[in-house]
Each structure stands twice: as structure tokens, then as C-alpha cells.
Design a protein around this ligand. Structure first.
Ligand code: GLC
Length: 519
């Protein structure tokens, strides 16, 4: 099985550009900073980079409010830097995935400035303007409608009021959006992550959403008119045609509030390649970090994606969520982070690794006055926002963790003195080397990349499954508990190929992870 397809068989590493590496000493990461660490990423063993937005932005949602889709924010570099990044990445066999935030623009985007200049402006219909608001709520709090005193109408925004929603029903808008894909593909982008794409189209009549039980006003309505409209499908067909007119291009969608079946319905040969499911990104009453529950979720996920014939993704962390290591660990130990990494790299699907996950970076905690993220500022202390998982990459134990020569835009986690790339590279038992070794194994073992998934029944506290192709079988076993567990010894023809301890084959020591290959 050597038909390696980068987005299916590879591992995609998400970089939040402002937090990865600062090359010019302004406290913000940038494209040249990323270029300077491409060898690091190559050595780690990833196959593609997804870059969170680096286009010009007034930072009302830290890059997810874009004021020009076809440029680079001068703080992050230039279009020439982007072209260099693509060239340097491609030289190392690394693909580049862009984040396109097309449901809304920044209020500073030229399109919105025109649209909001008068009711008669030719771009008026490029956004959603009404005389009276309906009951829709913004996901970051408050009504989804903002009154514009100049033109005396309300405009729709599903996120902050500085992120007006674009009117995707307008044909010229759709054409302009497709041109954006074309622009970046011409510059060498290999793929796209589509931000909240299933919200592009709203019900044309903008009816009120029906009520339901929930905590925040936003959760007290069923979002049936503001997302998931049927017009999405023909657009996805059109987009796929465009992507397919270039070699090996890819699109992964971020669904907004969608169920698993709905998410999968957007994927296929004439739609998106795949879409995220966030089945493994919680740690609460409904989704506890325990093997029995995890197996239920994995099975549900497997059935849904397999049934739909869609290649899944696996996500443990991203720029919107508390990091997996913070969700599952109570101390500085890496046992839980290693279990999470094993799931990420050995479940069926394309792993998305979030920068710093390879050294089990933890979320920073901020005082109220330090919070930057809009929903955090609004809902503190019930919800503290997403700054926690966006702190600067911890490269070494030097000033500012080697991220920058000056004070970074968000504080570095104080644990950087011990938890950093340089220290972990030197330690064979570190999270970094664990991740690198597992990535290497994944690359060598077709079964881990493409094999089917066979769940196994195992003792309480443990989780095990087989990944199997026609000619290879790999057994993965994990102990989630702090006690030693007796477990059936695999038959004599199973050979250990990876293990976190020297434990015997009939036992799993606390938090042990073992992989076996069938000879
Ligand atoms: C997506 C992004 C998130 C952003 C939101 C609005 O959910 O992942 O960071 O705030 O869309 O663009």
C-alpha cells in the first residue's frame, strides 16, 4: 500500500501563526518565523501545516475577522513571504492548508465599508440587511443584529458585531469567494479549512428560530434557520469542481453546531473531502475521559464516517478548545497527554496535531483584565475564552521561551522553563520523543494509516483495538488507570513494536501504552 495521499495518510499540524515564532521582535509570530522552523516540523514527521488566518485583520476575533482575503497582514509578513513558505515547505514534502473565514468578513473589509455606505450602494446586497431584527442570537453573545445609524438598517452577524455575515445568496458574492480559492491555489496552497462553512447560507426569509431549553439566550433556540440550508450543497459541488481542477487539492470543513450525520452529509466525492468532528475534545459529564465512554464515542464516530464512506479526521486540540493535556491532566505529568496522543495518531482518520501538543503544552490562565478573546471577556468567569490554548510556543528555556525577543502578545506558560522543545528533544522519554516515535511508526505501518478499526473487549480501565489491512495488523492497548491491570497475553505471533514500559505482555502497568504487530 504505497498510494500515499497527503491529506488522507498524512498528519496535519495546525499553527496559530501569531503564537508560533516571532522573527522580527514585535511579540507576534509571523510567516518567516514559521519558515525558520520547517526543519523542526519535518524532523517531527508531519505532512502538512494548517495555518490559522494570517490575512489582514483588525483582530476583533484574532484573525477570524478578515479585512482583505488576498493579502498577508503586514504584522505576519508579505505575499512574497507566503510564496517562500510554500516553496520551502514543498521542498520538504510539507503541504500548506489555509484557513478561509468566508461566512463573515471584518467590518473593516472594503466590501462591508461599501455595503454600509448607503442603502443604494452596489454592494448593499453583499451583506444581510433588514429593517427589523429577528430573534437570532450571536454565538459570542447578544442579538445577532446590529443597528447601523447611518443607513438606518440592521445587519446580521453570527459572531461579534465587527464580523458581519456575508450574503451568500448573492451570485457575485459566490463568484468573489471562488476567486479567493483560486488566488491561493495559484500561489501554491494545497488545501483549505473552511471556517463555520455550514452557516454560509441562511433561510432567505430569516424566520425566528424556535425555542428550546438552554442556559444562554444563544442556546435557548434551535438553530434551524441560521445554519444548514439546502443551498449549501450546490455550492459545495461548485467548489469541489474548482478544487479538482488543480492536482491533489483538499478541503476540510468546520461545521458549526451540526450533528455528526449532518456533518457527514457535507462530504463526498462532489462535496468536501471531509469535515471535523469534535467527538474527542471534551471532558465533562457527557464526555468523560474514561476508556468505556471513549470506546462508545469512537464506535459511534467510526460507524458514522464508515457508513457514509467518508474519511474521518481526529482532533484532540485546536485554537478554540482547552488543550488535551490541560483537559486530562491534573499535574505536570504526561501520562494522560501520551494516551491522548496515542488515540490521535492511531485511530482511523487524519490526525490534526495542534502546535505544542507534541510537548504537551498546557493552557495558560489569565486574570480577568488580561483576557483578550471576545467571548471570554463577555462570559467571564463562567467561560474564560480561548486565550488559554493560544499561548506562545515553548521552544527553549531562554527569554520568552525562545518564541520572541520581546514580550509576546499573550504570556508564555510559566512551565516553559522545564516544558520546552529543546529540553524534550534531549530526553528520550519526553512527550516530544514519544510523539516523534509514534509518528514514525505511523508512517511505517500502513495498518495504522489506512487499516480498518476493530474494537476489542478489555478489562476495566483499559482500551484496545486492532487496525488492520489485508496484509498487516497492529494491536493498540492502553491503560488509562493508575493501577496495574492483568490483560490477556496476545498470541505468540504478536510482537511488541512500541511500549512506554518494559511491562510483561500479560499486564499493563499504570498508563502503559503498547503496540503489537502480527508477524
Ligand atoms: C470558528 C473559528 C473560531 C472563530 C469563529 C468565527 O469557529 O474556529 O476561532 O472565532 O469561527 O470565525
Amino acid at each position: 500500500m504505497d498510494d500515499f495521499l497527503w491529506w488522507r495518510d498524512g498528519v496535519i499540524y495546525q499553527i496559530y501563526p501569531r503564537s508560533f515564532s516571532d522573527s522580527n521582535g514585535d511579540g507576534l509570530g509571523d510567516l518567516l518565523g514559521i519558515i525558520s522552523h520547517l526543519d523542526y516540523l519535518k524532523d517531527l514527521g508531519i505532512d502538512a501545516i494548517w495555518l490559522s488566518p494570517f490575512q489582514p485583520t483588525p483582530d476583533k476575533d484574532f484573525g477570524y475577522d478578515i479585512s482583505d482575503y488576498v493579502d498577508v497582514d503586514p504584522r505576519f509578513g508579505t505575499l512574497a513571504d507566503f510564496a517562500r513558505l510554500v516553496a520551502e515547505a514543498h521542498l520538504r514534502g510539507i503541504r500548506i492548508v489555509l484557513d478561509l473565514v468566508l461566512n463573515h468578513t471584518s467590518a473593516q473589509h472594503a466590501w462591508f465599508r461599501e455595503s454600509s455606505s448607503s442603502q443604494e450602494n452596489l454592494k448593499r446586497d453583499w451583506y444581510i440587511w433588514r429593517d427589523r431584527p429577528n430573534n437570532w442570537q450571536a454565538s459570542f453573545g447578544g442579538s445577532a443584529w446590529e443597528y447601523d445609524p447611518v443607513t438606518r438598517q440592521y445587519y446580521l452577524h453570527l459572531f461579534t458585531k465587527e464580523q458581519p455575515d456575508v450574503n451568500w445568496r448573492n451570485r457575485e458574492v459566490r463568484k468573489a469567494m471562488l476567486d479567493i480559492f483560486r488566488f491561493w491555489m495559484e500561489l501554491g496552497a494545497d488545501g483549505f479549512r473552511l471556517d463555520v462553512f455550514n452557516a454560509y447560507f441562511k433561510d432567505a426569509n430569516l424566520p425566528d428560530n424556535p425555542p428550546k431549553f438552554g442556559l444562554r439566550a444563544f442556546d435557548r433556540q434551535r438553530h434551524i434557520h441560521d445554519i444548514d440550508q439546502p443551498e449549501m450543497m450546490p455550492f459545495l459541488n461548485e467548489l469541489r469542481n474548482l478544487l479538482d481542477s488543480y492536482p491533489e487539492r483538499y478541503a476540510v470543513g468546520e461545521t458549526y453546531l451540526a450533528t455528526l450525520p449532518k456533518t457527514i452529509s457535507y462530504c463526498g466525492n462532489d462535496k468536501l473531502h471531509t469535515a471535523f468532528s469534535f467527538d474527542f475534545t471534551s471532558n465533562d459529564l457527557f464526555y468523560p475521559w474514561n476508556p468505556a465512554w471513549l470506546m462508545k464515542r469512537i464506535t459511534r464516530h467510526e460507524e458514522a464516517f464508515n457508513g457514509g464512506g467518508i474519511w474521518p479526521t481526529t482532533v484532540m486540540s485546536n485554537h478554540d478548545l482547552p488543550r488535551a493535556a490541560s483537559r486530562y491532566s491534573r499535574d505536570e505529568g504526561d501520562a494522560q497527554a501520551k494516551l491522548a496522543m496515542t488515540l490521535l495518531l492511531t485511530l482511523r482518520g487524519t490526525p490534526f496535531l495542534y502546535y505544542g501538543e507534541e510537548i504537551a503544552m498546557r493552557d495558560i490562565s489569565l486574570k480577568r483584565g488580561e483576557i483578550l478573546d471576545p467571548p471570554g471577556r463577555k462570559y467571564w468567569p463562567i467561560y474564560k475564552g480561548r486565550d488559554g490554548c493560544r499561548s506562545p510556543m515553548q521552544w527553549n528555556d531562554g527569554p520568552h521561551a525562545g518564541f520572541s525577543t520581546t514580550r509576546p502578545w499573550l504570556p508564555v506558560h510559566p512551565n516553559y522553563v522545564r516544558r520546552n522543545v529543546a529540553a524534550q528533544q534531549a530526553d528520550p522519554d519526553s512527550m516530544f520523543n514519544f510523539t516523534k516515535n509514534l509518528l514514525k511508526l505511523r508512517k511505517e505501518m500502513p495498518a495504522l494509516r489506512r487499516g480498518s478499526f476493530i474494537p476489542l473487549k478489555t478489562p476495566y480501565g483499559t482500551l484496545a483495538y486492532i487496525r488492520q489491512t489485508d496484509d498487516q495488523s497492529v494491536l493498540v492497548r492502553m491503560n488509562f488507570s493508575k493501577s496495574q491491570v492483568n490483560i490477556d497475553q496476545p498470541a505468540a505471533d504478536w510482537r511488541v513494536i512500541f511500549s512506554t514500559s518494559e511491562g510483561a505482555q500479560g499486564t499493563l502497568t499504570p498508563y502503559e501504552i503498547q503496540l503489537f504487530l502480527k508477524e
